[in-house]
Write a protein that binds this ligand. Structure first.
Ligand SMILES: *[C@@H]1O[C@H](CO)[C@@H](O)[C@H](O)[C@H]1NC(C)=O
Ligand SMILES: *[C@@H]1O[C@H](CO)[C@@H](O)[C@H](O)[C@H]1NC(C)=O
Ligand SMILES: *[C@@H]1O[C@H](CO)[C@@H](O)[C@H](O)[C@H]1NC(C)=O
Ligand SMILES: *[C@@H]1O[C@H](CO)[C@@H](O)[C@H](O)[C@H]1NC(C)=O
Ligand SMILES: *[C@@H]1O[C@H](CO)[C@@H](O)[C@H](O)[C@H]1NC(C)=O
Length: 380
């Protein structure tokens, strides 16, 4: 009698397990069916929103890209983020203050553990540079791109802000998280049409990131950084001038099934089970040719609402641009402020203003030797 009960229990257990398994499988197959209301099935063509042959900007800087610019940083912002934009202008985005001479102040004590700029690149880019050696400076420009609010609220304040700083592009689309792809592609449109002959490199980022401009300039000029984990590995140095698409690379990432997740991806929008390699949207670097190629690829690529998957994944595949990984784009926020001294781009730490981070990074009596120690191979 006992034995029969025992057997029944086992059968029941198996039966339950089997049902749970089938239910999960069913959920998996049925998942990714929820629509994204803002991007209906029959409207996955971006060209309708881009108007390639028309200038649709509501606000644009005067004499936009009229000057030679070595590095243009476009910061994705939104209508209400007045304070973030102002904080960026007064901290890392102030390139008349925070420029290449700061590299020496940041890392001079580590000399011998990193490569200086390449002579050939200094020559090649001489029209973008002034001064030399420790007073070398590069022309850097920071621009903000925003959409509009549904009600055109704040339009007057924005015009005033734009008049005062001449650093805002406002485009005619409704600014929302689900329209981020549109925001980037419209930025690429303006850069391709106005900056192609005057700008060498473009960094895309957002208004919650801290960008270490001196470090980025050093890499663009062909130098290397004393980074973690570089021991024994090939030292990263930029030697090409075109075909550059660089950032934090994710390979074989899978579409997210959870409808409540902001990265949820419906099947109709992206039917494949894996994404092509792409660079995390917090920040990536492009040479100007790549800006144009990615923009043009966007005309022919079915849209996905995830900006980084779309631009640096799908459009890059279409345009035949390779994604390069660099550990200098760690993205994640860090409590150790030294990490802002020795990387190129990171999210601002929670609860700390741009001013706090900037004051730390530019306080050159604080030397961050610890994080470099024993992690880099001295150069002979
Ligand atoms: C940028 O830095 C320069 C030089 O330190 C300073 O004169 C200027 O006021 C700063 N600009 C902003 C917007 O903070
Ligand atoms: C994106 O912008 C377009 C153009 O303004 C608008 O029609 C659409 O509703 C916006 N989508 C979202 C998700 O806000
Ligand atoms: C850039 O230069 C090329 C060749 O000189 C010219 O054909 C093109 O119109 C220029 N583009 C812009 C945006 O000025
Ligand atoms: C989906 O995957 C298949 C097979 O791996 C590939 O041939 C196709 O190009 C992919 N489609 C997209 C849109 O990436
Ligand atoms: C720089 O850091 C040192 C050491 O922590 C501190 O004593 C000094 O007050 C700081 N300087 C400024 C200008 O914040």
């Amino acid at each position: 009698m006992l034995k029969i009960y025992f057997n029944l229990t086992i059968i029941l257990a198996f039966y339950t397990a089997y049902n749970i398994y089938m239910l999960n499988r069913y959920n998996f197959i049925m998942s990714r069916t929820t629509l994204i209301a803002e991007w209906p099935k029959d409207a996955l063509d971006l060209t309708a929103n881009i108007s390639p042959f028309e200038d649709t900007a509501l606000i644009k800087p005067q004499a936009f890209c009229g000057e030679k610019t070595f590095l243009l940083i476009f910061v994705e912002s939104s209508v209400r983020n007045f304070l973030a934009r102002q904080a960026i202008r007064e901290t890392w985005g102030n390139s008349s203050r925070f420029n290449y001479p700061d590299f020496q102040k940041l890392h001079g004590h580590l000399k011998g553990t990193y490569y200086p700029p390449l002579k050939s690149r200094l020559q090649l880019y001489s029209e973008y540079l002034t001064g030399k050696d420790e007073s070398l400076r590069a022309s850097v420009r920071v621009l903000f791109i925003i959409g509009r609010s549904r009600t055109n609220e704040f339009l007057r304040q924005l015009r005033e802000e734009a008049d005062q700083h001449n650093d805002i592009i406002m485009e005619d689309f409704i600014d929302s998280y689900r329209n981020l792809t549109l925001k980037t592609v419209l930025a690429l449109k303006h850069l391709s049409s106005s900056c192609y002959n005057t700008t060498a490199y473009v960094l895309k980022t957002d208004d919650n990131a801290f960008v270490n401009i001196p470090n980025l300039l050093h890499i663009l000029l062909g130098g290397s950084m004393p980074t973690r984990n570089s021991f024994g590995k090939k030292v990263f140095r930029l030697t090409t001038t075109s075909n550059v698409l660089l950032g934090k690379k994710l390979s074989r990432a899978k579409p997210i099934v959870d409808v409540k997740n902001k990265w949820y991806m419906p099947h109709y929008m992206y039917p494949n089970n894996t994404y092509p390699a792409f660079l995390v949207g917090k920040g990536y670097l492009m040479s100007m040719d790549v800006v144009k190629r990615l923009y043009e690829a966007a005309w022919y690529t079915k849209v996905v609402h995830l900006e980084d998957v779309f631009v640096t994944g799908l459009c890059a595949v279409y345009a035949g641009v390779e994604r390069m990984h660099s550990s200098l784009f760690p993205m994640f926020r860090s409590k150790r402020l030294c990490n802002y001294k020795n990387s190129i781009i990171r999210e601002r730490p929670k609860g700390l203003s741009f001013f706090k981070v900037f004051n730390f990074v530019t306080n050159y009596s604080i030397k961050c030797t610890q994080s470099h120690k024993a992690e880099t191979k001295p150069l002979s």
